[in-house]
Write a protein that binds this ligand. Structure first.
Ligand SMILES: [Zn+2]
Length: 230
């Protein structure tokens, strides 16, 4: 079932705002059959630095630290299952929330919440917690798994992020290309379509990785793109 262009159904707000409010309450709607951006604020994804999609979820109303933490806890319910690092574009807010609600006692045993490198450039200046605990590439030796030393063509050593902290942003940009189709779908169609696309996307990432392995076996050239460190 599709919603036609310009059609305004009874349960939709009369004016559709083109801007997404940030953590603000959305108007309540009572109908639950259709997916629309008015009903679900956003799609949240978890992906590995290589681009493989681990999980996705729809967040009702907002991408709040509460929702992000609940999503992480549903995907990684136990200490053993949790990764050493979780990079979130608003990791500093998630960390604050986790400390405030008491769950940091558990999370801190296994995991650091780090921000992506672009967030860090701006926020480290004004936010102590972000600077101290969410640095995606600390150069003081405290996180050797996040920073590696490479050498340029002249043999000079330089620091490089060991992981692509923009992987989720890149995935989200790709999903954004389907927004116009997705926003007209019913909830069931939306879930099926997005899940299928993310499945195929992951298959393609795996295929590319295999091609890279095959290439590296025949040539020692490394074509990794560098991420600068600040
Ligand atoms: Zn921050």
């Amino acid at each position: 079932m599709l919603r036609h262009t310009g059609e305004n159904l009874a349960w939709q707000p009369t004016t559709e705002s083109r801007t997404q409010p940030h953590d603000e309450p959305m108007p309540e709607v009572t109908h639950s059959t259709y997916f629309t951006p008015n009903r679900f604020y956003c799609v949240e994804t978890i992906c590995a630095p290589c681009g493989i999609v681990v999980a996705w979820a729809k967040f009702a109303k907002s991408e709040s630290p509460t929702n992000i933490l609940a999503f992480l806890e549903s995907v990684y319910p136990t200490e053993d299952s949790r990764p050493d690092y979780v990079c979130i574009d608003k990791a500093c807010q998630v960390l604050s929330h986790s400390i405030a609600c008491g769950s940091w006692n558990e999370w801190s045993k296994s995991t650091c919440f780090i921000v992506d490198s672009y967030h860090y450039i701006n926020h480290r200046v004004t936010d102590f917690l972000c600077r101290k605990w969410c640095n995606p590439a600390p150069l003081d030796g405290s996180a050797p798994n996040l920073v590696i030393v490479e050498h340029n063509k002249n043999g000079q050593a330089y620091y490089k992020c060991a992981f692509n902290t923009q992987a989720c942003e890149q995935l989200n940009a790709w999903i954004g290309g389907f927004e116009l189709i997705l926003r007209r779908m019913t909830v069931g169609n939306f879930n099926w379509f997005l899940h299928s696309m993310l499945f195929y996307h992951t298959q393609m990432v795996l295929e590319k990785q295999q091609q890279k392995v095959d290439r590296n076996e025949s040539s020692s050239d490394d074509d990794d793109s560098d991420v600068d460190i600040y």
